[in-house]
Design a protein. Sequence first.
Length: 424
Amino acid sequence: MQSATDTAASSAAAALASAEASLGTTQCPTSGNFCQDVARSIAGSFNFADSTNNTTVTVNNPPANTTNLPTCSSPFTTYNCYVEVLINQPQPALISALFMSSGPTITTRAVARANIQASDDGCVVALGTAPKAIDISTIGSPALTLSNCALYDNSPDTPGALTLGGSATITAKAAYIAGSVSGSGLTTTDGTFTGVNPISDPYADRSFSWPSPKPVASSNTNCDPTVTSGTIQPSAAKNYVYVICGGLKVVGNNTLNLCPGTYIIDQGTLDLNSGTLNAPPTASTTPAMSSALCPGNTTGGVTIVLANDVSGSAPADIKMAGNFTTNITAPTTGSLAGIAIFQDRVACTSCSNSLVGGGSQNITGVVYFPDSAITYGGNNSTSGPVCTKLVANTISFKGSSTFNSNCTSTGTGTINYVNGTLVM
C-alpha cells in the first residue's frame, strides 16, 4: 500500500514538472486536475482504486500538511511544487470485531516534489521495470566510476533495484532510482534520488533496416561472406550494410577491421576472444585508417547490430573475454546515430550477453540492449574514449569500469528528464 502511495505521489509530481516545463503550469488545476488523474490511475494499477471497496485516494497540491517541507524555489511559490497523496482503506474487522463495531482504516501518505531542473546526463541506464528485478547488481568487488554522469535505474524494487554486494562501490554524479538501494557503497555528488519515475527509453527512435533481398540465416541465403580477420568493406550498393549469418568469431589474436557502415549479425553469437576489433580503424589503431584500407569509405562510424531475420525470435548475442581489444566509434548521424552496439528489441531470456575479460574497451557511443541482460566489466579500460553509455534491460557489473560522458557531437544525445522526487 505504501509503494502504491509513493509511486502515485512521484508520478503526479512528475506530471506537474512536465506541465511546468512545457506550459508554465505551477500548480495542479482545480478543473481538469491532471495531478489527481495521474495519482489515482497509478493507485488503481496497484489495486487501490479510488471509490472502490471504500478506498479513497486523496491528492493535495500544495500538501495539507507542510511540516518539515522547505518552501519551493521559483517559478513555484510557497509549497506548490509538492504533491501529497493519501490512500485510505478500511480493513476487515476480524479479531477486532470482538471489541470494535468496524474494522480499522489504514492510511498511507507520501509527498513528492516536482523537479523541473533537467537531471544529470545518464551514462548507465537500466530500463527494466519488473517488480523485484535487480537491475544493476554488482558481482565481486568492482569499482564503478561514472565520470560527470548519472545512473538511472527503472526497477521499483524496494530495496534491491540497485544492489551492491561485498565491497563494491559506485561513484556517480547522481543516481535516479525508481525503487531503492540495497547495500552501501554508492556515492554521488548531486544526490541519490529514490522513488522517482522510470525514465523513458532514450533511444526508442533508433532503428536499423535489413537489406533487400532479406537474408535468411538458416539457409545462408543472401548473406555476406564471413570474415574473421583482415578488413571488411561493405558495399555502397547495399547502403553500407553488411550481414553475417550464424554468428562471427574473432579469436586467436586475429585483428578484424570494419570499414564504416552497419554490420548485422543474423543469429548466433558474436564471439570475441584474444583478438582485436577496429570498427572502424582510426588514426590511432593498428592498422590505421587509410584510403587503401577502406577505399572511398574512410569517414563515418560503425554500428554492430545483433538480430534475427525471423521476426520475434531471439536475436544474436555477444560474448567478449580473454583480453580482447575493442575499438568502436558509432556514427554521429542517421537512424543509428550514437549507437555502437545494438541488440534488436526482442525480449531474450536465452541471450547471454557479456562484455568482460581483461582487455581494453574503447567504445565511443552507446552499448544498447533494451530488452536483454548484459554483464559488463572485468578490469576493462573504458577511460580512453570521451563518451561511453550503457543502456540495457538489466545490468551486472563484474570488475571495475569507468564511464565518461563528454558526448558532444557523438550522436548519443543527452539522457535526462524532469521528474517527481519522493521527499517523504
